[in-house]
Write a protein that binds this ligand. Structure first.
Ligand SMILES: CC(C)(COP(=O)(O)OP(=O)(O)OC[C@H]1O[C@@H](n2cnc3c(N)ncnc32)[C@H](O)[C@@H]1OP(=O)(O)O)[C@@H](O)C(=O)NCCC(=O)NCCS
Length: 241
């Protein structure tokens, strides 16, 4: 038997399974190059109002699978491997919390690899987390976050940082600034179907990120979210890059 983020994987599962979802029963498999076309499809389905240039395409997914496969997990329903139900992707990076404003397209410029992964980076930058619409609200998103947290522990990373989308801002953008909206979600006065979920999963909603990714519905705003790994061995450096 193999041990995973969710305990031991019972015998009888295919060899590629790195974890079995305790709530969903999904087979979680490490990111691999052959998944690129399927994951491109999942991206386009999950972010219908986002400009596709800000999403992973099949070429970029190939680079990511080559550079940092251990940072990606893909969920399949049962033993079939044609249709993916869920994916969590990321790269290692440095992050300057004194200058948090950044844009998803240019943030990785200058990184040492094509995918943006910097093997010397202390932080896991969550580039993507998606659950197929038919599989939502079954705890799969939480499982993906638990798997990412385990990746941080396994690789001794400082934690997870990401630009989280704030779809609910679309309904409030005429009366609130993005930071006011985020404060209200943080305080539990407003519900955002993505940011509320991330806060419930232990993330801190830090501040609005202007022009993060092109999405006219939310005037291209996102929210900087951070989870700090309590087991990080270099924690005196926490808070900077
Ligand atoms: C955000 C996203 C990943 C969440 O995935 P998910 O699998 O639905 O997440 P979970 O099931 O773990 O949790 C979602 C909600 O369902 C609830 N839930 C979990 N299991 C449940 C169950 N069995 N029955 C009812 N509700 C359940 C959770 O408590 C959570 O509630 P909340 O709305 O109060 O936060 C998914 O909606 C998605 O892919 N969205 C589009 C892409 C996206 O926005 N990604 C994030 C980019 S930053």
């Amino acid at each position: 038997m193999t041990t995973s983020a969710f305990g031991e994987i019972p015998s009888g599962y295919p060899d590629d399974v790195v974890a079995v979802g305790p709530a969903s029963g999904l087979h979680y498999v490490q990111l691999a190059p052959w998944m690129n076309v399927e994951l491109e499809r999942l991206e386009l389905m999950a972010f219908p109002t986002t400009d596709p240039v800000d999403l992973y395409d099949r070429e970029e997914l190939l680079h990511l699978a080559h550079d940092f496969p251990e940072g990606g997990v893909v969920g399949f329903d049962g033993e079939q491997r044609e249709t993916a139900c869920a994916v969590g992707l990321g790269v290692r990076t440095h992050f300057d919390f004194d200058n948090p404003q950044h844009n998803v397209k240019t943030f990785f410029d200058g990184a040492p690899t094509e995918s943006g992964d910097d093997p010397d980076g202390h932080w896991y930058y969550g580039t993507d987390i998606v659950v197929s619409p038919d599989y939502r609200r079954r705890g799969i998103g939480k499982e993906l976050y638990d798997l990412r947290k385990q990746i941080c522990r396994d690789l001794d990373l400082a934690g997870i940082v990401a630009g989280g989308v704030i779809p609910g801002f679309a309904e409030h953008k005429h009366e609130l600034t993005a930071d006011e909206y985020i404060s209200k979600v943080r305080a539990g006065e407003l519900y955002d179907r993505t940011l509320t979920f991330q806060i419930e999963n232990g993330f801190e909603a830090v501040c609005g990120l202007a022009n993060y990714m092109a999405d006219p519905e939310v005037d291209s705003w996102a929210c900087l979210i951070v989870w700090r790994n309590p087991d990080w061995t270099q924690s005196t450096e926490a808070g900077t890059s």
